[in-house]
Design a protein around this ligand. Structure first.
Ligand code: HPA
Length: 274
């Protein structure tokens, strides 16, 4: 099933009714560990996904499932506290539905964060990675189906999905804060099972530095509708097969908790300069 432009407009109209003439500039999709930033938004108006026409619920652990509008670091933001994942049973179009709605509300940029497995053996769990590019070649695109020209062209260029100027902002901020920021390629896997060691070797051969189950669909959609994108990954664990230990959700959530101070300082510093 494809959403119509009218459905996106209905969602946007409903939200305008909740936020009045507040016009968000930056959309933020907060993954594991950074969801708390939604709680520190000033003059916040929080709207649970369930109240918004055509929105889906977010069922992943630690994902609150609401949109928070307000200001952060002086920027007008729309924060997605919790995202949808394909493994929850949603289509890629549903996973990235909110991005288009936030574009209609005026957002020109998207900041995405996630936790992912570290494929690059020169790095370690707990490192932060600026996403320079992504690989999502399995399963369909969120743009599959009739193109909605109100958002973008049928065959969008994807040469610079992660905006070079914003990547430079992130480098500068990390330097100022004394945070060691790696840079690399995020490879999308649909999950919910973690990758096999063979899949991780494949990802490394393909040029990936991190493997994860989110972000790539939303970023394709954001690129299609002309948004600037800044993406960060918390490398919460070494990917499968690198260490002789099984992967677990607890390990991911613990790493996210342990790094949330460093991670949030970096993201907020970037926001200030966007
Ligand atoms: N693989 C995929 N997704 C993840 C991982 C991983 O190792 N860690 C956190 N999210």
């Amino acid at each position: 099933m494809n959403f119509t432009f009218q459905q996106y407009q209905e969602s946007a109209d409903y939200l305008r009714g909740r936020i009045g003439d507040f016009k968000p500039q930056v959309a933020m999709v907060l993954g594991s560990g950074l969801g708390f930033l939604g709680d520190v938004v000033e003059n916040a108006v929080a709207v649970p996904y369930g109240e918004i026409p055509h929105f889906k619920a977010s069922t992943a652990p630690g994902h609150k499932g609401r949109l928070v509008f307000g200001t952060l670091e002086g920027r007008k933001v729309a924060v997605m506290q919790g995202r949808m994942h394909h493994y929850e049973g949603y289509s890629y179009e549903e996973v990235s539905y909110a991005v288009r709605v936030l574009r209609l509300l005026g957002c020109e940029s998207l900041v995405v964060t996630n936790a992912a497995g570290c494929v690059n053996t020169n790095w370690k769990a707990g490192d932060l990675m600026l996403i320079t590019d992504q690989i999502k070649i399995f399963m369909e695109s969120p743009l599959r189906g009739e193109n909605l020209p109100e958002f973008g062209v049928r065959f969008p260029d994807a040469s610079h999905l992660y905006t070079p100027a914003l990547r430079q902002v992130a480098r500068d901020c990390a330097k100022e804060l004394g945070i060691d920021l790696k840079e690399g390629v995020y490879m999308y896997f649909p999950g919910p099972q973690y990758e096999t060691p063979a899949e991780v070797r494949f990802a490394r051969m393909a040029g990936a530095d991190a493997v994860g189950m989110s972000t790539a669909p939303e970023v394709i959609t954001a690129g299609h509708c002309g948004m600037n994108v800044l993406g960060f990954t918390l490398l919460s664990n070494m990917a499968a097969g690198i260490l002789d230990q099984p992967l677990s959700e607890e390990e991911v959530l613990e790493a996210a908790e342990a790094c949330k101070d460093k991670f949030s300082r970096l993201v907020l510093a970037c926001l200030k300069k966007m």
